[in-house]
Ligand binder design. Structure first.
Ligand SMILES: *Cc1c(COP(=O)(O)O)cnc(C)c1O
Length: 222
């Protein structure tokens, strides 16, 4: 199947209200253009340098979502154009995004990355660290970042019960934080979970953004 066939098949399988982030990291611009020509506008990338090249080569109406781990010293490169930063995992990073957003006279949408999966190597806040960050309240002073919700990656496993359990934990934390801090804030509405192998479960556990690469573009060649 072609990229456009894959894309349309994924789209058809998503209920309304769930947006697709086409994860195009490691794929060349020609392949992104195939998806673009089939109507895709939201693309996800996880390496700053690679993204910079693609931004220059792709049409201006693409919404770029940065989904990878972001170092504070790289925020300045993304700040002029990025539509959403999915994986904010420290107060320091949040402050730097705000600072660069001020410089660019814009407000940058972000998600807080949760760490629920078993893998040690994954970045992100534990549920308690996430609660603590919001309770401390400094984020309220950062007028140029808008916290739009939560992002997480479930454990990479065939055990669908475990994946579901982790996504349900994320969903329940989302609702808890929504009512505690964002009840009057319509912008806090995004749950970013689900990748190629687990997005069906994500859709059933409240995802509003699914990040799908391999199913659309095929295997990545590193
Ligand atoms: C690469 C990546 C994806 C997409 O993974 P696929 O298995 O190719 O769908 C989703 N989310 C993040 C954070 C990624 O780095």
């Amino acid at each position: 199947m072609s990229i456009s066939d894959n894309l349309l098949a994924v789209r058809r399988s998503l209920p309304t209200g769930v947006r697709l982030v086409a994860v195009s990291k490691f794929h060349p611009v020609g392949e992104l253009m195939e998806a673009y020509d089939a109507g895709q506008r939201i693309f996800g990338e996880s390496h700053v340098q690679e993204l910079q090249g693609k931004v220059a080569a792709m049409p201006a109406d693409v919404e770029w979502h940065f989904i990878g781990h972001l170092q504070t010293n790289k925020v300045k490169y993304l700040a002029p154009y990025v539509s959403m930063i999915h994986a904010v995992d420290s107060m320091k990073l949040l402050r730097e995004i705000d600072r660069q957003a001020v410089k660019n006279d814009r407000i940058i949408d972000v998600l807080l990355e949760l760490h629920i999966a078993e893998e040690e190597t994954k970045y992100g806040f534990s549920p308690d660290d996430c609660r603590r960050l919001l309770a401390e309240g400094e984020w309220r002073e950062l007028r140029h970042v808008r916290i739009c919700g939560l992002m997480m990656m479930a454990t990479y496993t065939d055990d669908t019960a475990q994946i579901r359990n982790e996504m349900e934990q994320a969903q329940s934390l989302f609702h808890e934080l929504k009512s505690a801090y964002f009840a009057d804030d319509d912008a806090f509405c995004e749950c970013s979970w689900g990748m190629s192998h687990d997005y069906q479960i994500a859709v059933e556990t409240g995802a509003t953004l699914v990040r799908i690469g391999t199913t659309i573009f095929g295997e990545r060649v590193y």
